[in-house]
Design a protein around this ligand. Sequence first.
Ligand code: SF4
Ligand code: SF4
Length: 569
Amino acid sequence: MSEAPATISRPQRWDVPFESAMGAVAVARILSIPPFSQIDASRFPASTSLPDILLNDTGLRSFKKNQVIVREGDYGNSAFFIITGSVRVALGKDAIPAEVLGRRQPEKKDFLSTLRQLWGNARYPEVRSLRRYKEAKAGAEHEKGDDTTAIFLHDIPSVLKGGTAVLTAGMFFGEIAALSRTPRTATIFAEEDCELLEIRWQGLRELRLRAPEIKQFIDTNYRKYSLENHLRETKYFKDLSPAELKEVANQTRFETYGSFDWHSNYKKNRDVAPEERIKEEPLIAEEGQYANGLVLIRAGFARMSQKYNQGERTASYLSRGQMFGFDEIAHNWNTKDSAPLQYTLRALGYVDVLVVPTSVVEQYILPKIPQASFPPPIVAQNKQINDRRDGELSTDVVEFLVDNRFINGRATMVMDLDRCTRCDDCIRACASAHDNNPRFVRHGHQIGRYMIANACMHCLDPVCMIGCPTGAIHRNALGGQVVINDTTCIGCSTCANSCPYNNIQMVEIRNELGEHILDQENRPVTKAAKCDLCVEQMTGPACVNACPHDALTRVDMQDTQTFAKWLQR
Ligand code: SF4
Ligand code: SF4
């Protein structure tokens, strides 16, 4: 039976608020608490007023003593402000074992649902149930995908492996993961019964943009807490005593390069020759200069290149957790030599780094490293860029990945065109799992016999999420896949325009008769659609499973060794 008439009112940004229970009284209460009470509301436009942001982009949450609020490793789309009570941060990687945190896999379709999907696919592409949208508008459906089961930590001292820190009323937390689109770096649980304001990142971004006092407040938090955490997790810093770590932290500089919204510039300059484009990339450290500090990458990507003939050749790329300049500093200290930096480091987009001055590294870090653990002398290393071994990507491939920013991919679709027979089994499998419409195109940039297909790569930095006004495009909190909530997507195309790889399509949706669903003005309603990595399918990505020739794989570009092995098979 048809659900005619095929008309719905065009979805709007705040049709489905973050928390339906948030009302005028709660908003007035938040506006009476610092730092919200200090915000000049006249700086906000009428379309996104301060009270409307609080009403639609925030929610009040109560947590009981010892209840887990965020878990290390989960993807967070929101930050928290402590209204009453206090919370405790478990410091250090894996500070609480995964089983204690109640981790579970994302929900998959069972066998019967998979069969139903195969046989029950509609005759037309992109068929949607109108009832679903109407229910969502009535507030029946909220953002899905997060693990909402309450988890309590019992016997705290025995489950904690590292140290802890307490945050009290009036402080923010979780904003680093929310704004940088990266996994939570720590588990945080309620120290006592507490009330928090959860702010989804769209609202947080507007608050930061229009209220400098909030930005300053958050930035101070960000610097204070992430610095100690980052240093503690970094190789070579683990053995520092608390006093030494404090001293190192005091002398560490914060530096940022490039722009948070790097994709706009990248898209604009995509046709510029690579040798010209590289010159536009902000310089972090330059080959031939003396290393004045150890550079630790905190967020973003950086290109390591070396002079070659008249230009430069890309040697490698660095991302969160990696360091630059250590080999030179260690070499000079160990040999009393004065070798300059062997590579240039440039920001690819937005890069956030910590710089530990050379003198600090020499005083606190190097004396604790056993001789056998020192890196090989500089001269021997120099050859490596020209002379790659098994398990390493060739210079050409590295350059290709960096120039096209494919290094951002956590699940990049790579095809071996020598093995691919163009049978399109992968495309058909994808279509049958996704509303009769494949979520990728069997085309893309090529290097030799390999092609990076136009399929969502589930990026480390998913810039597609930046402008989404409703939060419809978000990370699955459990698996980290970038997915779209079809119900709350208003079809504005912001994500499709932001994706630097053109991996999002805007599709016109239909009812079961194949008729376009129209809005009040008789315009077809569109939704964003893209690869969701078959997040709900029993056996993972249908495309990979369907390929009869083993021509297709998904690659995490942070794991270059596995990729190199796949290329060399
Ligand atoms: S849509 Fe584009 S930017 Fe977003 S995760 Fe996929 S490939 Fe990356
Ligand atoms: S089109 Fe994209 S940006 Fe716009 S609401 Fe939908 S998911 Fe968000």
